[in-house]
Design a protein around this ligand. Structure first.
Ligand SMILES: Cc1cc2nc3c(=O)[nH]c(=O)nc-3n(C[C@H](O)[C@H](O)[C@H](O)COP(=O)(O)OP(=O)(O)OC[C@H]3O[C@@H](n4cnc5c(N)ncnc54)[C@H](O)[C@@H]3O)c2cc1C
Length: 347
């Protein structure tokens, strides 16, 4: 069992639209610190299955740690999907779910810059957390571009109207409804985002929307460096059920093995690191409680910093150039290059 998994009670289920609902969690006092989260992060929920024992799915927190009392996720039914339907059909107030601690790097680093938030459908959930937090703790302007099928499918429609009413000078909400304007086009979206060049962009939505939104941002000469994107996909790995990997150093020649000092959760570990072993596998094989969810480089949960030495990543979908320049790396994809390394986890 993943050491970061906890059984958490659902306090309330809120119907948002015909296809989406929010699960409000009751975090027990002894887990408050572990469930502290940043706007834009997600929880990973274990959903039982007759076929596979269970599946794991990520759901972004739609609540704001700055202005909402309890962590809340919002789940929208995926057509033909499994876990989203199971959650919508089976969870009620009082249900207990097994949930991993908050994770993810789709998080603004400061609230100083004006924000352009682009969302479609259920992509609104991390965006809503960022939007509410920016209004709560920052002073900058926030523009939300929000695409949906029709008025009935707009998640948080009422809350957004209320936020605009309370923050008329700071918050602008631009809706794109397919029922009125057709599928979003790069040209159409560019017309809407062009005035907001210079804003920092956070983008979350289905692949088709993300693609045209990025074209629109490029056409509006908004720099790729200013754009952060969260991609929704179902996990193929199951962090709740995975056995710890076996990494052996026993029969390797010395040159095949680097040495690493790892600082994590206030502890320091000195380990031999076989050159073919990924850092996360090495840590888990030694029983070290390293954070992870997807193990595919996408979620950013296992991010850590190389303080000394050189490493390389097999894949990287989560970190941007600026983060790589700061020495950040994803433990699930990191192999050693130098002989002597020092790595820290900043939990
Ligand atoms: C960082 C992140 C944040 C996200 N945030 C949100 C969010 O806030 N809101 C939201 O709605 N979504 C969110 N998602 C998407 C979410 O994690 C799921 O991908 C989405 O709910 C679809 O899952 P699903 O199981 O319903 O559909 P699918 O994954 O499309 O379901 C089909 C899959 O389930 C398998 N399957 C079918 N039946 C069974 C069975 N009985 N047992 C086992 N497997 C079966 C199939 O083989 C197939 O692989 C997020 C994703 C990520 C990565």
């Amino acid at each position: 069992m993943n050491a970061r998994a906890h059984r958490i009670k659902v306090r309330e289920v809120v119907s948002e639209t015909a296809e989406a609902l929010s699960l409000v969690f009751d975090i027990p006092d002894d887990l408050t610190r572990r469930f502290a989260y940043a706007p834009g992060q997600f929880l990973t929920i274990q959903v039982p299955s007759d076929r596979t024992g269970s599946v794991a799915r990520c759901y972004s927190l739609s609540s704001s740690p700055h202005c909402d009392d309890r962590p809340t996720v919002t789940v929208k039914r995926t057509p033909g999907g499994y876990a989203s339907h199971w959650l919508c059909d089976n969870i009620a107030a009082g249900s207990i779910l097994t949930v991993l601690e908050p994770a993810g790097s789709f998080v603004p680093r400061s609230w100083n810059r004006d924000l352009l938030l682009c969302a479609a459908g259920s992509g609104i959930t991390p965006i809503m957390s960022i939007l509410k937090s920016a209004l709560c703790v920052g002073r900058s302007k926030v523009v939300l571009l929000y695409a949906n099928r029709d008025p009935g499918s707009i998640i948080f429609a009422r809350q957004l109207r209320e936020l605009v009413r309370r923050n008329p000078r700071r918050l602008t909400v631009l809706h794109w409804l397919e029922s009125e304007r057709g599928i979003p086009s790069a040209r159409g979206l560019a017309g809407l985002v062009k005035p907001y060049r210079g804003h920092e962009v956070y983008l979350c939505g289905p692949t088709g929307f993300a693609l045209v939104a990025k074209q629109a941002l490029a056409q509006s000469r908004i720099s790729a460096r200013d754009i952060r994107q969260e991609e929704y996909r179902s996990l193929t790995e199951n962090p709740f059920e995975q056995p710890a990997p076996v990494v052996t150093t026993a029969v390797r020649p010395a040159g095949d093995i680097a040495s690493v000092r790892v600082e994590i959760d206030g502890h320091t570990h000195r380990l031999s690191w076989p050159r073919g072993a990924k850092l996360l596998d090495l840590l888990l094989a030694h029983g070290i409680d390293a954070p992870y969810v997807c193990r595919e480089s996408a979620c950013g949960t296992c991010v850590c910093r190389v303080e000394r030495g050189r490493t390389r990543m097999l894949m990287n979908e989560a970190l941007i150039d600026e983060e790589l320049a700061r020495g950040l790396t994803l433990a699930c994809q990191t192999l050693p290059e130098s002989d002597d390394l020092h790595i820290t986890f900043d939990q």
